[in-house]
Design a protein around this ligand. Structure first.
Ligand code: UGY
Ligand code: MN
Length: 246
């Protein structure tokens, strides 16, 4: 028998592990006939927001970005996205970057379609324009080995262009593959596991992690991961980039 007083989720001052067993739904104006789980947010001390949306067949996400840009990624299922009047059919692995002050509509979903979002307040650079809307498909993004280790592959979904102040990458680890060192860095992360399992070290504590789990890592939260099990471990993650340290 499962014991409902136990969870793998933890929320600390510089990191959090959120497993789906503790989700409580939020209502978001304009996002209808869907469940919304706000997984990472400034309420926990983060400077990004990460949500997971599960759409019913008549579900719709209608809105307009303001100060925050939003990256939408189709975790499973399919829908139609209309951004600034441009319409595209999206399926698993497709994504769309919606810059600030831009209207969007996601509709006509298959029942149970899941969309992951990363939101960040945009910091404009004087000499660079705000990025344009960008549609993409992770399946067509190359995944070179990471730091020369063939067990690790990194796909960079957004352009390496100073107009962007956020990166979204997909990191794939073959079973037994691990980060080559404990990372200690100013950038913050939000992530969600798309496949597999392993053990994450966060601030010198070790957590078993699997598909569906999310992690928040504050700046300077020390981090390391090793993949375990019979299939590669895959996570999609956010990172703030390209701006002066203040
Ligand atoms: O880009 C990164 O900092 C990445 N290597 N970190 C991580 O996966 N925890
Ligand atoms: Mn990192």
């Amino acid at each position: 028998m499962e014991i409902s007083a136990l969870t793998r989720s933890v929320v600390k001052s510089n990191h959090a592990v959120i497993s789906p067993d503790g989700y409580i739904n939020s209502n978001v104006p304009g996002w209808t006939d869907c469940t919304v789980n706000v997984i990472i947010n400034e309420q926990m001390g983060a400077r990004l927001c990460q949500t997971l949306i599960t759409l019913n067949k008549d579900g719709k996400l209608k809105g307009a970005t303001k100060a925050s840009q939003i990256f939408f990624y189709i975790v499973k299922g399919q829908c139609t996205a209309t951004v600034n009047g441009e319409e595209k059919a999206l399926t698993q692995g497709h994504f769309v970057y919606v810059p600030i002050n831009t209207s969007y509509l996601f509709d006509e979903p298959e029942q149970g379609t899941q969309i992951l979002t990363f939101h960040k307040v945009y910091e404009k650079l004087d000499d660079y324009d705000i990025p344009a809307v960008l549609f993409g498909d992770a399946a067509t993004v190359e995944g070179p080995s990471y730091l020369g280790d063939p067990a690790l592959r990194l796909q960079v979904l957004l352009p390496a262009d100073l107009s962007f102040d956020m990166a979204v990458n997909i990191f794939t680890y073959d079973s037994g593959g691990h980060l080559p060192m404990v990372e200690t860095h100013i950038m913050e992360h939000g992530l969600m596991y798309l496949q597999g399992q392993g053990v994450y070290m966060l601030d010198h504590q070790w957590y078993p992690i699997k598909k569906g789990d999310s992690i928040w890592m504050a700046p300077y939260c020390q981090q390391w991961f090793t993949a375990m099990g019979k299939e590669p471990a895959v996570y999609i993650y956010y990172k703030n980039v390209n701006r002066f340290p203040t």
